[in-house]
Design a protein around this ligand. Sequence first.
Ligand code: SAM
Length: 250
Amino acid sequence: MWQANIFTSFPDAFPGSLGVSLIGKALKRNEWCLNIVDLKKFPAHNDRIDSYPYGGGVGMLLSPLTFEMAFNSLNSSSENERIFSENEQKFKRTQKFKRIYFSPRGRQLNQKDLADISQSAGLTVLCGRYEGVDQRILDYYKFEEVSIGDFVLLGGEVAAMAIIEGCVRLLPGIVGDQQSVQNDSFQENLLEHDQYTKPSVFKNIAVPEILLSGNHQKIRSFQNDLSKMITMKKRPDLWAKYVQDNMKLI
Ligand code: SAM
């Protein structure tokens, strides 16, 4: 079963949006597993999990001692024993999970990352709060710093939900029609074409006639051309990748 381990000081934020709709139903059916580790259960300094940065500066940083205790608990807490006993290999696999620390200074996450992670056994995520975390946590435990955009949030929990939702929807059987996942934006470096539903005319704007023709071959070709035009216009960087990949195929 695909598993997400999340280290957070705000466990109540979960499952949040991961508990609703298709992904929430799949969680209840044990089609994937969410393992939340509450950092606040592992205080290191006078009942605190964080401390002031050396050298001065505002804010607090997560202590490496707290993280060490929380990480080690993955193998010993009763919650985790329950999860790991389902499959004796599970903990060993956890060691191989990709480790991600969410941070505005990280590399920006993309659909290829999600596809790779969804094909692995799972993911371990560290959510920062306040000023962030002691650098030695990232260095010792080999966390990759990843960002969800050039803006600053209060914490990594929303980012964790975003990556997990993106990975779980790629697991087989989660989205009823697998074709719809394959047609989404970023597959083959193209953005999705425009889409329409009833009524066929809204505020004097008509749906493109070809979509009402019933000629599926022509419709596919129209949508494919539209995808290319939209990608060229909105994301020249993606378009360049698409052209490069398709030149390789010629
Ligand atoms: N001091 C940090 C800096 O300047 O880079 C910002 C810390 S931020 C207030 C607190 C936490 O929110 C971060 O440790 C990170 O986990 C999360 N966070 C904030 N913005 C993020 C983003 N764009 N992508 C991913 N995580 C983010």
